[in-house]
Each structure stands twice: as C-alpha cells, then as structure tokens.
Design a protein around this ligand. Structure first.
Ligand code: AMP
Ligand code: MG
Length: 485
C-alpha cells in the first residue's frame, strides 16, 4: 500500500504531541473499508486483501511514512476545566494531501494506551465504532461538515466495560484534529509560544486567506465562530444532538467531531437529551447554540494574548466576536428553516412562523424528520392528513397550516422538490443504530451494512429502505446513549 504522508503537525514544537506506537491487534479482521474515501485521499490499496487492510488500519502494521503521535489537548468537560486530556485512545497516523489539494488527518481511535490515557485502557469497543462509522458517514451524506470514516477493524481482543465486548479500531479522517482544547492546553500553561505556533498552523491550514492580514489571530477567532455558528445551525435543522459539546470536542476547522452519545431526535422536544452522562441537560438540543458560544468564549480566552497588545482592546474584540456569533447563528438557523418550509425570500413573520411550527410539533409530539417531509408533500399538493396524522391530540395544526399556505403560495412540485432536497427522508435513527450494534456484537454485520447503505442518499425515498423511515415503536425507543469509552 502507498500513502503519501506529509506530517505537518510533527514539524510543530514537540511539546504539542507524543510519539506513540499503536497497540498490536492480535487478530485483526476488517469490518468495513471506505474505498471511495481512500481514493479521494490518494491511498493506493491495489493488490491488498481485507486482511492486509485490517492489519494496516487495526494497528498491527504501521504504514510506511506514518509517524503516529498522540496530540496534547485540554478541555472544559461539562463546564469544568481539565488541563490534561489529550489523545488517550487515539493516534494521528499522519496527514495526506487529497486529490483536491486539501490536507487531511488519518487518525486511529482505539489503538491502545498513550501518555494521555490517564485511567483508561486506550481501547474502543465495537459498539461506539459502529455508531461513529454510521453517524459520521450519514452526516457527510446529509451535506453537513464532519469527520469521515475510513475503516473499522475488529482487533480480536476483548475490551472490558460494564460487560466484556469485542474490541475494535476506527480510522477517522478529519481536515485536522485541532480543537478549542488544544489551544487551552498551552494557554493554561502560559506557553504563549506554543499557542502562537498552533494558531499560525491553524491559520495556514484552515484560514489561509488570513495569512499576512492585519490581525490574523482575531480573524482566526472570528473564522472559527462563523463556521461553528453555521455548523450548529445545520445540526439543529436535522434534529441532531451532539451530546458532548465539551471544548475538546469542538474543532477549529468547523467539522463535527467525536460522535459519542450523539443522536438524532425522533419526536420533537427542544429539551431532548440522550447522553447518559449529561444529567443536567447541559447539551440538550436547544442548548447547543448557546454552548457553542460558551465554548468560543473559552477559545477567545486562550487566544487573548495574541489578539491585541492592549488586553482591554483584546477583550472588547472577543466580546464583539461573541455577539457576531449569535447573529450569524440566528441568520443561518432561520435560513435553514426557511428552506425546510419551502419559503423563498425573507419576510417579517418568518421567525414566528418557524417557532410556532416547532411549538406545534412539540405539543403534538410530531416526528421531526417525518413532519418536514410531510409538509414537503403538502406543498406539492398532497392532502393535509399526511401531516396532521403525525400530531397527537392537543395540537391543532389548522391555523398554522393556513398561515404557512398564505406565506408559501400555490402548491407546486418545484417547491416540494426543493423542500425534499433539504429535508432528509432517512436519518440514522437510534433504534436502528442500536439494532446494528447488537447484531454486530454477535458477528452479524448485515444490519450495519444495510443501514449504512440506506443512509448514503438520505434525501431520497427509496422503496427498498422504507423501513428506515419509520420512527421506533414504543418498545423500540432508545432513551439513553452512552460514550462507551
Ligand atoms: P471523549 O469522550 O471521546 O471526548 O474523550 C474524552 C477524553 O477521554 C479524551 O482525552 C480521550 O482520549 C479520553 N478517553 C476516552 N476513552 C478512553 C479510553 N478507553 N482510554 C484512554 N483514554 C480515553
Ligand atoms: Mg473527544
């Protein structure tokens, strides 16, 4: 196999990372390899068997040119600062420049202990690997910025959690693994030189247009805020709940990262929480935009010495960034929901129209995904019953439907098509992910494969995947998700 590594992170000051060898998987077995993505990354796998791929992406064999490192980072976890986190069960194998000239990280998760493992074993269980594979690829298919899945490999070694589970290694691809927490790690140590080196690296990599500008570090901060605002608006538009928006799980690139106890909502509830460890609901659906802003304030603090020699002016600039974040989010969110409702242009009452629909859906416990899909059909001339049947008793949709109709205009198949292009038909519903994980634990990967295939074109209503569009029955509902780390 040939991977043309070009490891730029290694050229940064060596206190940003530790060199680590991956653990050797005793009996690596390939679960899935993303050949299309490999091609995009110019990874040449010609002549390699599945066993070769399992050895290379399960840690048994380190590919030529790779220089595995564990990255140092800190982070606010549920609001509390932890000065030392870092890659405790993951390694950056190396970087490649893809076909489009974009630098991408190839990163193993579950590859054994590192100097950052703390009390952990450095391993990953099969369940979380399956979940991350499915959800990250689904996000990509939905058109939402995200890390990607390159490979999943069984290690042949059991890992011990609440029970004994099959161990696995996940290979993730990201445009980088620089997190807000990476800056916090060095800021907390008052290592301004490292913060600056990291900021310069991040600018060159993700915001090259800022190089040579008058205030590149303020530009970096504003750039991250802008991308995070737009990202979180996209999450909201598909009912996605990240679940652990700690500052170590927020990227500088603006990609979704770290699919732990994440989930897509079925019935709409603005305060929905799935994560078993989020007892206060800090990362509930509706809290996500505000948490994004809180995290950006932590990034601003870490960058403060770079922003302006005059610290009062630096604080002022950081505060202005936070205000702008709110504005950008609000606009991106409203734009996304206008599209979801087939509204063209911008009118005074649009915000109320969207909010009133969400209130109605909450009261009527409507399935988030199906409701927007049904509205699309309605806009194309279908009977109202397709939508109203999704709402339970207390909700009366008639007044809202009349307002929407007034705002939208005549029924048309173009409006329906436009709405269906932004309202997914298939999302990775929790009970289906759970089903795929359960089967995989017993060595049956057919559910995983089929779910993955159903999510490849999430905006299409394919008859062969009709069963993936239906919400869970009361017995199938999954109320809790776990990190599984
Ligand atoms: P996460 O929940 O993936 O955001 O991880 C939070 C922190 O815990 C990171 O520093 C991880 O590297 C670390 N961590 C999670 N699971 C393990 C594990 N099994 N072994 C060692 N470190 C871990
Ligand atoms: Mg993490």
């Amino acid at each position: 196999m040939r991977i043309s590594f070009d490891n730029s992170y290694m050229r940064l000051p060596d206190r940003l990372y530790r060199l680590v060898r991956p653990a050797v998987a005793p009996q690596p077995k390939l679960i899935r390899f993303n050949h299309a993505l490999a091609e995009e990354l110019r990874i040449d796998v010609e002549g390699l068997s599945d066993d070769d791929l399992a050895a290379l992406f399960g840690g048994a064999r380190v590919p030529d040119g790779a220089a595995p490192i564990a990255m140092a980072y800190a982070g606010h976890q549920f609001g509390h600062f932890n000065p030392q986190l870092g890659d405790g069960r993951a390694l950056l194998l190396g970087e490649v420049v893809d076909r489009e000239g974009r630098r991408r990280d190839i990163h193993l998760k579950g590859s054994g202990e590192t100097p950052f493992s703390r009390a952990g074993d450095g391993k990953a269980a099969l369940g979380p690997v399956i979940r991350e594979y499915i959800v990250s690829e689904a996000m990509h298919a939905l058109g939402i910025p995200t890390t990607r899945a390159l490979a999943a490999v069984l290690t042949g070694e059991p890992v011990i959690r609440e029970t004994v589970l099959p161990g696995a290694v996940f290979t993730r691809v990201a445009s980088s693994h620089i997190r807000i927490g990476t800056f916090q790690y060095f800021a907390a140590r008052e290592d301004h030189e490292a913060v600056k080196a990291l900021a310069d690296h991040a600018i060159a990599r993700h915001y090259p247009e800022l190089a040579g500008s008058e205030s590149p570090y303020l530009g970096l901060l504003r750039g991250v805020a802008d991308r995070q605002a737009r990202l979180i608006a996209r999450w909201m538009s598909v009912g996605f709940i990240h679940g652990v928006m700690n500052t170590d799980n927020m990227t500088i690139s603006g990609e979704t990262i770290d699919f732990g106890p994440c989930a897509f909502m079925d019935a709409f509830d603005p305060m929905k929480v799935f994560s078993s460890i989020d007892r206060q609901g800090r990362y509930a659906y509706s809290n996500q935009p505000g948490i994004g802003q809180w995290n950006l304030a932590r990034l601003a603090e870490a960058l403060l010495p770079l922003l302006d020699a005059d610290q009062d002016r630096a604080v002022e600039a950081a505060n202005a960034m936070l205000v702008d974040y709110g504005r950008v989010f609000q606009q991106a969110w409203l734009d996304a929901f206008r599209l979801k409702l087939g509204l063209t242009g911008a009118e005074e009452g649009d915000l109320d129209l969207v909010n009133d629909l969400l209130t109605l859906m909450h009261q009527g416990e409507a399935d988030f995904t199906l409701a927007f899909r049904a509205l699309g059909k309605l806009a194309g001339g279908a009977e109202e019953g397709g939508f109203t049947a999704l709402l339970s008793a207390p909700a009366d949709p008639a007044p809202w439907l009349a307002r929407w109709h007034m705002r939208r205009g005549a029924t048309s198949s173009e409006v329906q098509a436009a709405m269906e292009a932004v309202n997914p038909a298939v999302i990775p519903r929790n009970h289906r992910i759970e089903e795929a994980i359960q089967a995989a634990t017993y060595d049956d990967f057919s559910f995983f494969e089929r779910l993955h295939a159903a999510l490849a074109e999430p905006y299409a209503e394919k008859p062969e995947y009709a069963d993936y569009r239906t919400p869970p029955t009361p017995e199938q509902v999954v109320t809790r998700t776990f990190c599984g780390t």
